[in-house]
Write a protein of this length. Structure first.
Length: 418
């Protein structure tokens, strides 16, 4: 089936999705979750083929993003069930105004219509995106990267059967068969067929969608996330946060890519940073973090001199750019110049420094004494997430059900004329 045929079928199904009541959508989601667990052997077999084809062509970190196991499939199913348990946003009255002439005006949440998602090599995005879009009353068209296509196809097959079992049209969920750039371009230009396009992936994909799309698009994902260790930071806390933010899963968009350290403590803190992230991990047979150092940091510890682009790179790997700064204002200025607007953190015991940092830093999530790895829909109580929006309109940060709705004004009268 061509991409345009898939989109036309999705458009034909969107009315049924918009009219579906909460109970029907939840039955479909629960059946979809059961289907994922029931079809786990087929999904894992398809994923094994994807992994075999990808080995030698992508990094080990990216292979981890692609890989599924029984636990991850179960986690996908649980994510779908969590979405089923969330309140249905469709039909929520966001604001009600009764005018002097008797008109009742209700600003009401309604489905987007057809949501298209372009993503790369993370099979779990398939079920997350489908569950959220369908619960929000929209049809969903998925276009994944070639590395994950077999996995995604097996997942979508299980999900579509769940839709049908609840009496909803299977065409409300589709997977684009073409994994070339042509299909991505078709989605970007599908005016009248795509109501919202959401790219999830690397900087190149997101930039292409933002620059070329003629349909509405939400910019997501790219995360050059910073952690600023202030003069008044508790060192052990800072090291623990940095280790988690960099090493727990370096291939995700909320992993830290840059560490900024106050000059007054750099001489004591940076040797401990190198010991914790590089030396000790190497001793434990874990991947050590390569520290790419500005000239001031390089004068204090050994490492790789930072290149011209290292403070503007989402490494998605065991690499951390390190810079020494004079204080919170310079840290905020650096972040303003180099951040992608995703997630930033300050580690400090100084409440005034934290207040200044959280006021000046203009990112979707700003942390005080916590890891950037918490920027996630599930952690924020949204169930699954469609992505992390790094723009200001209409959604910002983790995108859950509410962010996948638009609204319209429903006006009730008794014959009023103007």
């Amino acid at each position: 089936m061509t991409t345009l045929e898939l989109l036309r079928r999705a458009k034909g199904a969107k009315s049924a999705m918009a009219l579906a009541d909460t109970g029907t959508k939840n039955r479909a989601l629960l059946a979809m979750a059961d289907g994922l667990e029931r079809d786990a052997p087929a999904i894992l077999a398809a994923n094994a083929l994807d992994l075999a084809a990808a080995k030698g062509t992508v990094s080990d970190v990216m292979l981890d993003r692609l890989a599924l196991d029984a636990g991850r499939v179960k986690g996908m199913a649980e994510g779908v069930r969590e979405v089923a348990a969330l309140p249905d946003p469709v039909g929520t009255v966001l604001r009600r105004e009764e005018r002097p002439n008797g008109l009742a005006i209700e600003k009401t949440a309604v489905p987007m219509g057809v949501i298209a998602i372009i993503y790369e090599s993370r099979p779990n995005v398939t079920s997350d995106a489908a569950a959220l879009a369908l619960k929000a009353g929209s049809a969903c068209v998925l276009r994944c990267g070639k590395e994950a296509h077999r996995s995604a196809a097996a997942i979508v097959a299980a999900l579509r059967r769940g839709l049908a079992s609840a009496g909803l049209p299977q065409d409300a969920l589709g997977l684009v068969e073409d994994t070339t750039r042509q299909s991505a371009n078709e989605l970007m230009g599908a005016n009248g067929l795509v109501d919202l396009l959401i790219p999830r992936g690397g900087a190149g994909l997101i930039r292409a969608c933002v620059e070329r799309a003629t349909v509405p698009v939400i910019e997501t994902g790219t995360g050059i996330c910073h952690i600023y260790v202030d003069r008044d930071a508790e060192p052990d806390m800072a090291l623990n946060i940095l280790h988690n933010a960099k090493c727990s899963r370096p291939s995700v968009c909320n992993a830290a890519e840059v560490c900024l350290v106050h000059r007054d403590i750099a001489g004591q803190f940076l040797p401990r940073l190198k010991e914790a992230l590089a030396d000790r991990r190497a001793e434990q047979k874990l991947p050590p973090v390569e520290l790419r150092l500005d000239k001031d940091a390089a004068a204090l510890i050994p490492g790789v001199p930072a290149g011209e682009n290292d403070f503007d790179t989402e490494f998605l790997d065991y690499i951390l750019a390190v810079k020494v700064v004079d204080g919170v204002d310079e840290a905020c200025a650096h972040i303003a110049a180099h951040s992608t607007g995703h997630s930033e953190a300050i580690v400090t015991a100084n409440g005034e420094a934290a207040r200044r940092f959280t006021a000046l830093v203009d990112s979707a999530a700003v942390y005080w004494n916590a890891s950037t790895r918490f920027t996630d829909g599930g952690v924020f109580g949204l169930g699954c997430e469609m992505g992390i929006s790094t723009q200001r309109l209409h959604a910002r940060g983790p995108m859950g059900l509410e962010e996948l709705c638009t609204y319209k004004y429903i006006v009730r009268g008794t014959g009023q004329i103007r």
